[in-house]
Design a protein. Structure first.
Length: 257
């Protein structure tokens, strides 16, 4: 799993992240899935775990599989939310009946809480993508890693109205054993990817589509972006790819927990 991206920006270096998957049962409703627990209630926060409660620990092994089985895909969207591109991605997901996992940068979530709540209200899952998207996190101190992960968790949870992230994705795949266990202890399963669409590099819509179609045999979890620059090519590629995947008989799931 390579660190994605173009040169000296957010995605500058290339490294490999550990691979491994432990499958568990999927949650049974939108809000209980987001909260990681069963529960009821009414209104938009039904079943959401209060921010003060202690989250249940999950596996620290980096997840790649889908909870929908072998012939399924997990759509993951990184770096947002963004007021221009996230609504367009949400619209395409809605039109195709697809749920996705949004890996949010803490500062972006804090700046656009309305977007975070729209993501949650649409039934998508949240993922902690750190405070500042530092792709060199694996070279930094444990104290720094802890601050980046836990502060982002707080920022996203607060912006969402109390719904915690269910996953943690290290920027550029810069996982460490410490960061994986820290996140897992907070109920956030470390999340990898199998297919890097390369959309961050803006190679053209056709190139993004070709990359995903060619590499989909590598595994179900596909990496896209809804922030960090002009994401018009990503939107155009999703407009082509989502119906194509459905035509190929793929179902859409969430990463295993």
């Amino acid at each position: 799993m390579a660190r994605h991206g173009g040169g000296r920006g957010w995605y500058g270096r290339v490294a490999a992240a550990a691979v491994g998957v432990t499958a568990v049962a999927a949650a049974t409703s939108v809000w209980t899935a987001q909260a990681g627990q069963t529960g009821g209630g009414s209104g938009t926060s039904a079943g959401a775990r209060p921010a003060a409660s202690k989250p249940a620990a999950v596996s620290p092994v980096i997840a790649h599989s889908s909870d929908k089985g072998a012939h399924a895909v997990n759509i993951t969207i990184d770096d947002g939310p963004d007021p221009q591109w996230t609504p367009q991605v949400l619209q395409l997901l809605r039109e195709n009946g697809v749920k996705a996992t949004f890996c949010m940068v803490g500062t972006q979530a804090e700046a656009h809480p309305d977007m975070v709540r729209k993501v949650v209200a649409a039934g998508h899952r949240l993922c902690d993508h750190t405070v500042s998207h530092d792709t060199t996190m694996d070279t930094k101190s444990q104290a720094y890693q802890k601050q980046q992960i836990l502060k982002a968790e707080q920022q996203i949870t607060r912006a969402s109205g109390g719904v915690r992230p269910m996953y943690y994705r290290a920027p550029g795949g810069a996982f460490t054993p410490y960061s994986r266990h820290l996140a897992a202890g907070r109920g956030m399963r470390p999340l990898g990817w199998n297919v890097d669409s390369k959309d961050f590099e803006r190679p053209g819509t056709d190139a993004i589509v070709t990359t995903v179609k060619t590499e989909l045999t590598n595994g179900p979890t596909i990496l896209f972006h809804d922030a960090g620059g002009d994401r018009s090519q990503t939107v155009a590629a999703l407009r082509i790819l989502l119906p194509w995947m459905k035509q190929q008989g793929y179902s859409f799931g969430f990463p295993v927990r």
